[in-house]
Design a protein around this ligand. Structure first.
Ligand SMILES: O=C(O)c1cccc(C(=O)CC[C@H]2O[C@@H](n3cnc4c(=O)[nH]cnc43)[C@H](O)[C@@H]2O)c1
Length: 234
């Protein structure tokens, strides 16, 4: 099974491609708006930051397929104390945390307004396998368009989403495009910073990128298992 991995920036893409060993001569294919870097079972692209860029890039990536799975991957903010810097989170739910409306009574999600959707649920068996292979925490990952920068906003997000482990900016866009293409989607985040008051100097991007490489290395045999399982089922 080939897997499309969608990151925001090239540094995250390269952290994933490094997982499959020798990438001195990466195989690169141009698709509209991005480069697809082939590395073992993964085709990896850096689609840009935010859910809109991620959805567009995922749609073009999937159209170049076929793919059996899409993974939104990269660094992310972790909610303390469950997801410390350097840890890994795999999404049990991919949630658009700021898609809705402010009202006098507070934030109302689009579903409360009577339209749209604000969450996708990745396939639980694959989430379990990823967590077991990588040691990732399983929790909801919030998609936000604005990086959280205060303790008050972090607390409000956790109050609204008590099962949240991390936030990032692309997962919901990737999942939306994948759903429309009929392909299952996962989200995996390596925690580079704690969600809360902004302190860019405290971000441990190098450690998080190393954790991402390590995680995708551990996923290669897991994917082979899924592929064999698929074959045995057919
Ligand atoms: O400056 C660098 O070297 C560098 C290397 C890799 C990645 C970056 C990014 O800035 C990636 C942006 C990407 O990261 C996600 N992210 C990370 N922390 C948070 C957060 O606390 N809240 C929301 N998103 C976060 C997000 O998906 C961004 O698109 C820089």
């Amino acid at each position: 099974m080939r897997v499309l991995v969608v990151t925001a920036v090239p540094a995250e893409r390269d952290a994933v491609t490094r997982a499959s060993g020798d990438v001195s001569e990466p195989s690169v294919r141009r698709i509209p708006g991005a480069e697809l870097h082939r590395a073992g079972p993964f085709d990896v692209l850096a689609g840009g930051a935010g859910p809109a860029a991620a959805a567009a890039a995922t749609a073009f990536g999937l159209a170049s397929g076929p793919y059996g799975l899409v993974v939104s991957a990269g660094i992310g903010g972790g909610f303390a104390p469950v997801a410390p810097v350097g840890s890994l989170v795999v999404a049990s739910g991919i949630v658009a945390a700021d898609l809705g409306a402010e009202t006098p009574e507070g934030f109302v999600p689009v579903t409360g307004l009577g339209f749209g959707r604000d969450r996708f649920t990745p396939p639980p068996a694959q989430v379990r396998d990823v967590a077991a292979a990588t040691g990732a925490l399983t929790a909801e990952i919030l998609t936000v368009s604005t990086v959280t920068g205060s303790a008050a906003r972090a607390a409000a997000l956790l109050a609204a989403h008590p099962r949240a482990g991390a936030e990032a900016m692309e997962g919901f866009g990737v999942a939306e495009a994948a759903e429309r293409a009929g392909v299952p989607a996962l989200e995996i985040r390596a925690v580079s910073n704690t969600v809360g008051p902004r302190d860019r100097d405290a971000w441990r991007i190098g450690d998080a990128l190393a954790a991402l490489t390590d995680a995708f290395g551990k996923l290669v045999p897991v994917l082979e298992g899924w592929t064999h399982h698929d074959r045995n089922d057919s």
